[in-house]
Design a protein around this ligand. Sequence first.
Ligand code: FES
Length: 483
Amino acid sequence: MSNDQPLVIFTPSGKRGHVPKGTSVLQAARSLGVDLDSVCGGRGICSKCQIAPSIGKFDKHGITVSKDALSEWNSVEKRYDSIRGLKEGRRLGCQACILDDVVLDVPAESQMHKQIVRKSLDDTHVELDPLLRIEIIELPEATLDDEIGDAERLGEAFEGLGIKIAPLPLSVLVTLQDAIAKGKDQVTVLYRQGDVDALADIIAVWPNIYEGRICGIAVDLGSTTIAAHVIDLQTGENLASGGVMNPQIRFGEDLMSRVSYAMMNDNGAKEMTQAIQEGLDHLIGEITAEAGVERWDIFDITLVGNPIMHHLLLGIDPTPLGQSPFPLATSEAINLRASELNVSIHAEGRIYILPLIAGHVGADAAAVAYATAPHQREELTLVCDVGTNAEILLGDTNSLLACSSPTGPAFEGAQISCGQRAANGTIERAEIDPITKKVRFRVIGTDKWSDDPEFNAEVTGICGSGIIELVAEMRMAGIVDGN
Ligand code: FES
């Protein structure tokens, strides 16, 4: 192999591969699936991407690494080193480029710790009114004098109920006659009707009275995590909740880093679309198993996300959202077959995506507005949804304003010397005694506070929840003021 495609070997993972000469170490790590952290998306700010090159002859790997295997220190690294200091032998993976065969060690603190993803559902009263409905139909017996097909007989039976149905999809058509025969002309029909005048879409037909589950999933597609809840659409019961890291993180921690990745790489947007669709499908597999239902018991998904997640999920290039006036491809709600997004649920399962509000104020903010309804309150109400991107709503019955702002990567630890993402050992709670100013804290992985004699957790850093609580406690204890 010529030196235009140097070999890079990462330790301790042992992952290796050839990359084009000049590729940054961070890019090489991403393309080889190496666990190398990056909070600032490669802008040389967070220092989470540190690696240590090894120089010399490596018989085990069959290569010799020269001291010029990586590019020289650039101005970003020099600046970082002068301000915060880089440990001897360390380089910033996002700045150092691979020029020749090289062995790179990823120190423990640069390996992404397994993030704790917590998404619970606070049960508020929700009136159950799904678009999916069930009807038990008794079909008239077929006779020799009656020449219409079974699908048309079903249509006539629905017309008798005042409902017009759309032509049956093939997946229903192939099961119809078997269901009618097994049910001796009695079938359970699941259909979806957007509004009373619209044609009803037949989703499934079962013999007799169907006693299986009919479930839906609510999904919040966040920049850092994807959260989902499995809901029984007949009882409203929340059967399972879960979350996974958004796999797009390897392309950039925050939204703008991902837009840059799409701008700077020919297939960047496509790679991120594939990653998010796979991540969503993976999460659905996990939570359906936890809920004790099958994928084909899921008939509907309702999904929200910020505009960049929305566009990337749909395979829409997000680069116009990278600059003013931040035009959206569409702000309307979207109805799709789940299969169009490579998500495996019931063959006729649908995905409904809520409308976007504006450039960077997405369907997640629309969902928060819908759920908390500040526009129905007399008193002025402020609603904050703080994630990697924060959405803020302010309003009352007169008007409602919405805006958004990036909050990550600060809450994930960038430029905070001991900041890190939520993982075992991270401080997530803090309390300050307003009189003595004594601090106590709690870390993820134990329910003991630091002043408990039995507290013996290893503390690794502080995460966003810890930072927010600490600032609030400092304010209440009079250590910082309102500014
Ligand atoms: Fe390299 Fe942040 S400093 S990714």
